[in-house]
Design a protein around this ligand. Structure first.
Ligand SMILES: C[S@@+](CC[C@H](N)C(=O)[O-])C[C@H]1O[C@@H](n2cnc3c(N)ncnc32)[C@H](O)[C@@H]1O
Length: 147
């Protein structure tokens, strides 16, 4: 079944819809409950001990910037999003906050990341999974039936 969720197809949306998403994600990030929820779990996962963090489905980079801003965090964050427009917007917002030496953004699909296993100390997927059809992607050949 095809998803009708716009967040699942941000690589195909037109610019006007993407601007609505940018506004929505940035507004949501400023809600005190949402801010607290994010900070609570970053604290619980001891994010400050990580030197390398991957933020998958980063959108406008809300979580990546929140991590980079943390006083105790001295590592780097790579944000990846399905939408080239959103990942570019994320880079601009991070640069606007002077965080561009700590965060980097790229377009990409969480189901086929070109990243080595174990390359990151921590991975964040903030409100991503419910928007991904088949989040585990195609099973690897090594997980197939043994012959
Ligand atoms: C609800 S938004 C959350 C964005 C951001 N994490 C936040 O909390 O503000 C979901 C994001 O996941 C991205 N996304 C959806 N499917 C994806 C996939 N397969 N791989 C990477 N990103 C994906 C969308 O482009 C969108 O930016």
């Amino acid at each position: 079944m095809k998803s009708s969720d716009p967040y699942a197809a941000t690589d195909k949306l037109d610019d006007s819809l993407l601007q609505v998403i940018v506004t929505r994600l940035e507004a949501r990030a400023k809600h005190p409950l949402f801010e607290k929820m994010l900070q609570d779990y970053l604290h619980a996962m001891q994010i400050d001990t990580a030197k390398t963090v991957l933020d998958i489905g980063c959108g406008t980079g809300v979580a990546a910037r929140a991590i980079a801003r943390r006083r105790g965090f001295s590592g780097r964050v790579l944000g990846i999003d399905l939408s080239p427009v959103l990942s570019q917007t994320a880079a601009q917002l991070a640069a606007g906050e002077g965080l561009d030496n700590r965060v980097e953004f790229r377009p990409g699909d969480s189901r086929k990341l070109d990243l080595a296993d174990g390359a990151f100390d921590a991975v964040v997927a903030h409100t991503l999974l419910s928007h991904v059809d088949d989040p585990l992607g195609k099973p690897r050949a090594s997980f197939g039936p043994v012959e």
